[in-house]
Write a protein of this length. Structure first.
Length: 423
C-alpha cells in the first residue's frame, strides 16, 4: 500500500496539453472555417471622395476621425448640410475646418439646433452661413441661446453674420459670464445701443475679451483726449483696439513729427479724427508731403481740421479746382456750398458757367468722395482733383480761418482777356 502511494505521488496526472477536452477544442477549431473581419472604413478616402477635401486636408482631418467605423453618421450629416443649401465647396471647407462636425448626431443635436435657430427668425441660408462660419459653435446646443442674445445686440442678422465672419470665436463665449460685463462697461462710457452695435461689428473680439482688457482699451481711448459719452469715443476705441500703450505712444509721436504739430495740436487732431491712428506710417508720410510740402497747407490748419469737415467742398476750395472763368476775392465757405453750386450748374455769386470744366469735372465725382477726409483720401486721388492742367487753374490760398478763404485764382485775368478777344 505504501509502495502504491509512493508510485502515485511520483507520477502526477497528465499535463493540460494532453487533456482530452482541450484536444477536442483544437480539433473543432481547426475544422471550423476562418471568419474574416469586415472591410475597414477608410476615413481618408471618404474625406477625399465624398466630402471633397484634398488629399493633404484629408490626411490632417483623418487623425481626428480615427474612431469612425462606418460612413453612416457622416452620410447623415452631409445630407443635413445639403438640406441647408450648402454647396459641395462649402461642405468641403466646413469639414476641413471642423472634421468632428461629421460626428455630430443629426436627430439628437443638429435638427433641434436648426429648429431653434429657425424659431429666432433666421432663414435657412442664414443658418447655413452660421454653420459655415462657426461650425464648432454650431454643433453645440448653446448656439441657440447665444444667437438669441447676439441678434438684438448687432441689431440685425446681416450685421451679426458680418461680425461672425470677422471673428467667429465670440459665438462660443458665455453671454452671461463674459459678454454682458463687457457690454455693461461700454454702456457706462455713454455708448448707446446703436454705437455698441457698430463697435461690435468693427471690433467683434471685444465681446469675448476679458473685462480687464476692455478696461485698458477704454483708458487708452481716454488718454487721446476723447471724452466718454462723446460721439467720437466709439471711433477712439476702434483706433486703439490693436495698439499697446507703447505702440500708441510711438504712433502719436510719429504723427507729431510728420505733420509738424505741437503737443497741443496733435491732441486736437486726435480728438477730432482718432482713426488716423489706424493708418500706416507710409500713408501718413505721403499725405504730409502732399498737403504741407506741395499744397502749402499749414500744419495748424490740418490739426484743427483733420477731416476737412468731411466734405468735398473744402477740397474744391482749399486744394484745387476752380476754372479760370471764376474770380474769387473773399469767399465765404460753408458746408457743401460750392459743390452744390457747381453740381447744379447755377451761376449765383460764384458766376460758375453751366458748361465750364469745373462743372464737367464735378459732375463726374463719385458720390462717395463727398465724405472723404485727408486722412482717408490717397495723395494720388487728391492730386487728381488738384490739377486739371490746361483746363483748370490752380487755386492759391492766401489765408484760411473762421470759415473764410481769401483766395485768388491765377489765370482769371488772362481768361477774362481771352473772352474779350473776338472769335
Amino acid at each position: 500500500m505504501l509502495r502504491l502511494r509512493t508510485c502515485i505521488l511520483t507520477h502526477p496526472p497528465s499535463s493540460p496539453a494532453t487533456h482530452p477536452v482541450p484536444c477536442l477544442h483544437r480539433l473543432l477549431s481547426a475544422a471550423a472555417p476562418a471568419v474574416s473581419p469586415g472591410p475597414r472604413f477608410a476615413v481618408e478616402d471618404y474625406l477625399v471622395d465624398t466630402c471633397g477635401l484634398t488629399r493633404a486636408q484629408a490626411l490632417k482631418a483623418s487623425t481626428k476621425l480615427s474612431h469612425l467605423k462606418s460612413p453612416t453618421n457622416p452620410d447623415a450629416v452631409l445630407a443635413f448640410l445639403a438640406g441647408l443649401g450648402l454647396s459641395s465647396a462649402d461642405v468641403a471647407a466646413l469639414v476641413a475646418r471642423d472634421p468632428k462636425f461629421l460626428c455630430a448626431g443629426v436627430e439628437r443635436t443638429l435638427s433641434p439646433i436648426l429648429a431653434g435657430l429657425t424659431g429666432l427668425g433666421l432663414s435657412r441660408s442664414e443658418i447655413a452661413r452660421v454653420a459655415s462660419l462657426a461650425p464648432r459653435s454650431f454643433r453645440s446646443r448653446s448656439v441657440v441661446s447665444g444667437l438669441e442674445y447676439y441678434l438684438p445686440l448687432f441689431s440685425s442678422s446681416e450685421s451679426l453674420l458680418r461680425g461672425l465672419k470677422k471673428y467667429k470665436y465670440f459665438l462660443s463665449s458665455d453671454p452671461e459670464r463674459v459678454v454682458k460685463p463687457n457690454i455693461e462697461l461700454l454702456r457706462e462710457c455713454g455708448l448707446g445701443t446703436s454705437d455698441i452695435a457698430k463697435l461690435c461689428l468693427a471690433v467683434p473680439w471685444l465681446l469675448s475679451a476679458k473685462p480687464e482688457r476692455v478696461q485698458v482699451m477704454l483708458a487708452c481711448a481716454e488718454r487721446l483726449g476723447v471724452p466718454r459719452g462723446s460721439g467720437m469715443f466709439r471711433h477712439a476705441l476702434k483706433a486703439v483696439e490693436s495698439l499697446s500703450e507703447e505702440k500708441l505712444a510711438a504712433k502719436v509721436e510719429y504723427l507729431r513729427n510728420t505733420f509738424r504739430w505741437s503737443d497741443a495740436e496733435v491732441g486736437i487732431a486726435l480728438r477730432k479724427a482718432p482713426l488716423m491712428l489706424t493708418k500706416s506710417n507710409q500713408t501718413m508720410q505721403s499725405k504730409s508731403e502732399f498737403l504741407i510740402s506741395e499744397m502749402g497747407l499749414e500744419p495748424a490748419y490740418l490739426a484743427h481740421c483733420p477731416k476737412a469737415n468731411s466734405s468735398m467742398t473744402e477740397y474744391l476750395a482749399q486744394i484745387k479746382v476752380l476754372s479760370d472763368e471764376i474770380t474769387l476775392a473773399c469767399v465765404p465757405l460753408s458746408n457743401h456750398e460750392i459743390i452744390s453750386y457747381v453740381c447744379s450748374g447755377h451761376g449765383g455769386p460764384y458766376d460758375i458757367k453751366p458748361r465750364s470744366p469745373v462743372v464737367t469735372a464735378a459732375m463726374e465725382l463719385p458720390a462717395r468722395l463727398t465724405k472723404l477726409s485727408f486722412t482717408a483720401a490717397s495723395p494720388e486721388k487728391l492730386r487728381y482733383f488738384a490739377s486739371y492742367e490746361d483746363e483748370l487753374a490752380k487755386l492759391k490760398l492766401n489765408e484760411m480761418g473762421g470759415g473764410v478763404a481769401a483766395a485768388t485764382c491765377q489765370g482769371a485775368s488772362s481768361g477774362e482777356e481771352r473772352r474779350k478777344q473776338p472769335a
